[in-house]
Design a binder for this molecule. Sequence first.
Ligand SMILES: [Zn+2]
Length: 643
Amino acid sequence: MSHDTSTGPKDATSATCRHNASMMDALPFGDTQDFVDAKRGFIATLPDVEIRNDQGRVVWSLRDYAFLAHEEAPATVNPSLWRQARLNMHNGLFQVSDRIHQVRGFDLSNMTIIEGQRGLIIIDPLISTETARASLELYWAHRGKRPVTAVIYSHSHVDHYGGVRGVVDEEDVHAGNVTIIAPDRFLEEVTSENVIAGLPMSRRAQFQFGPTLFRGPRGQVDAGLGKVTSRGTVTLIPPTLIIKEPIEIHRIDGVEIVFQLTPDTEAKAEMHMFFPDLRALNLAENATHNLHNVYPIRGAQVRDALAWAKYINEARQSYAPKADVVFAQHHWPVWGNGRVLDFLAKQRDAYKYLHDQTVRLMSHGLKAAEIAEQIRFPKSLEQEWSVRGYYGTLSHNSKSVYQRYIGWYDANAANLNPHPPVERAKRALTYMGGAARVIAQAREDFAAGDYRWVADVMSQVVFAEPDNMEARALAADAYEQLGYQAESATWRNSYLLGAHELRNGTPAIIARAPVSPDVVKALTVPLFFDYLGVRLNGPKADGKRIVINWTISDVNERYVLNLENAALTYLADRHADGADATVSLERAVLSQLLMGRVTLEDAVARGLVVITGAAGKLSELFGLLDEFRLMFPVVLPQEPETP
Ligand SMILES: [Zn+2]
């Protein structure tokens, strides 16, 4: 029997049809309260919410999601995810309460607009300037044009600050007309998460959100938190008021706001906001209508599920009794004091249960994969739509709680130092009697619907023999059915993009430059040197000794950078005697060098960088830095590093 090796997506198999149909009986689809809430207070929207940048390129559109108009899920989408994908289609300007509005469905996140005395307080200006601007203009068109008096960044993720220049002119911030408010350590977290490990996270984020996948019943349908990430201009204006105390109360444009810091929850720098006069509670991204990620599969440091539950509990105790509505920076609000308390109790307990039961099973000696297989919510949470795993899952979240406490190693010495994937796969394949035999057996398991095993074993064949197109096709077919069955949007996107790249190879396209110029501008000089350190090619640097004094002339900072033992270190506030060279430049030139806008040679030639001493040593150092390639292979093996 020949196998279909066509590159397009396939239909659902009968096993997938059965799996997805079974969800209809397992979950309370008769409960449609979320649909009522998602459309409550609707005022107006834009046709297809199609938003373009200055060059006319579409950076956001819901047009390609028109297929979600059908109430019934196709066989290729888990019905629970289909429901969430339909809820996330609600778009436009919505009234939350008297002086609170939200624009939803104009990006992955929500923009919240509070009406103050002089003007508008904006919470979270989306990812891109274009989508943020369109949201503000939609508000103005229906509620009247008023100036923006404050912007609040609820936390340090790009979907909560990137569009700020679409709603605020930096001149007005400098003139004191606009306050920019953020939680403690906001800027540090923005820069560290986007820079040091920013590149691999960007590539991996393609698998989590699926921006490059086609939209459709066999493609991307949602991202769990919202439809997808917008692809416009990402900016940042640094905060002018930083919330540093656990609780701070401020009157912003006449509106009293109680800020509650929630460090180490959904983001390392995050905060809740309570509006006592408006009887409204905003939980940033800590209480949304899905189980969130203690570890997003794009890659990140694992978050603290225990702190997460604790801060929701405190907000529920202190503020929820005085709130008529709770809302967040994704999804739709929950109204009515009783429902607010119930919603927050379930959110709190979902993270607490996840944490405690993982640690309990870990303490019985179970390994991460075994815990992930076994852990299930109690019935009261399992039947609760707002903690279903559309974004995070109990499976990968429990592995992450394990990792946070005791790390990647399961203490079985067999797993301490096995061969790496390609070498291991080659040996396994030989023992199993070669690729043809493995493929034949795997095809039987595919027919029986064991896609998890087929994906696993075929990935080994692909890593041993990356040019074996039959193996790649069968692996892709298994990934695809797993994607069709997934309730989690992020799992679906990962499986479907994996299948696509197995069939078509690793693409060369670049979705977006990994770091925005505004973020680079906000970097501290030490972080710039940390970033140079991770670009240093160790083997190439072996045996080199280079010492460079740096003067950042306009900000009057001095550093000494030391290359020794193939490691780059630095000390601040000093220059070394006997350094090879002294480099003097302005802070902005560092940004240009970092973003590759100018080469070191050009910068020297143009007088932007002045070097005294052995100028060749600085060029030698820059020659030891690697350039990174965004589109590295993920489901196919890496080509061996060529030094
Ligand atoms: Zn977000």
